[in-house]
Design a protein around this ligand. Structure first.
Ligand code: GRF
Length: 217
């Protein structure tokens, strides 16, 4: 089976990009990364892409007067680089409705909370302020609204006593690095079907048990 040709869009250090690169390097993985595009020339993830031999491109949003023009340049670059699918991995620009519509159910994003809780920036600050015992991360199909769209994979991560945002973010990030490759595999194997606002998964058994925090007893 042909591998799904993915582009990864980044703005920063690219640890999720690295998790995807590592997964795609494994024999039999059903997707490959054909392009990494950043809106920032100083994004650390660009070096990770180069080290993996993946084509990179910088499209600086500040060079465009309007979002639509930036989105159009991005769309053209992605198609030229041979992308069939897009993974957003710490990409700090909102994509407009026209762009999202032009890639129907062809864009995934990862967000560091259990959506629909704690959308937007500062998810970990929001989780700590709310006093939740469990937070986590979500990989979802992208819609034009921020951090919205059918959910493919989630991981629940406990909040520990004394956590600050850095410690919590580091624990959630480990889960992100497991969830994103899993979500991409499910999508690339055509096992994640969008039905309305939900994703129906084929051939997965679902959660094995409850994660309770604090531990009972
Ligand atoms: C991750 O926490 C991701 O969930 C969020 O931005 C962060 C990107 O980190 N959207 P990295 O660049 O993948 O290391």
């Amino acid at each position: 089976m042909a591998r799904l040709k993915c582009a990864v869009l980044i703005s920063g250090r690219g640890s999720n990009l690295q998790a995807l690169l590592d997964a795609c390097a494994k024999p039999g993985f059903p997707a490959e990364i054909v392009a990494v595009v950043s809106n920032r020339a100083d994004a650390g993830g660009l070096e990770r892409a180069r080290a993996a031999g993946v084509a990179t491109r910088v499209i600086d949003h500040r060079e465009f007067a309007e979002r639509e023009a930036f989105d159009a340049a991005l769309d053209a670059a992605l198609r030229k680089m041979g992308a069939e699918f897009i993974c957003l991995a710490g990409f700090m620009r909102l994509l407009g409705a026209a762009f999202v519509t032009a890639w129907p159910n062809r864009i995934l994003n990862i967000h560091p909370s259990l959506l629909p809780a704690f959308k937007g920036l500062d998810s970990h600050e929001q989780a700590l302020a709310a006093g939740v015992r469990l937070t986590g991360c979500t990989v979802h199909f992208v819609r034009a609204e921020l951090d919205d769209g059918p959910i493919v994979v989630q991981a629940a991560v406990p909040v520990h006593p004394g956590d600050d945002t850095e410690r919590l973010a580091a624990r959630v990030l480990e889960a992100e690095h497991r969830c994103y490759p899993l979500a991409l595999r499910l999508v690339a194997e055509d096992r994640a079907r969008v039905e309305g606002s939900r994703v129906v998964l084929d051939g997965t058994t679902g959660a094995v048990s409850a994660l309770i925090n604090p531990e009972p007893g």
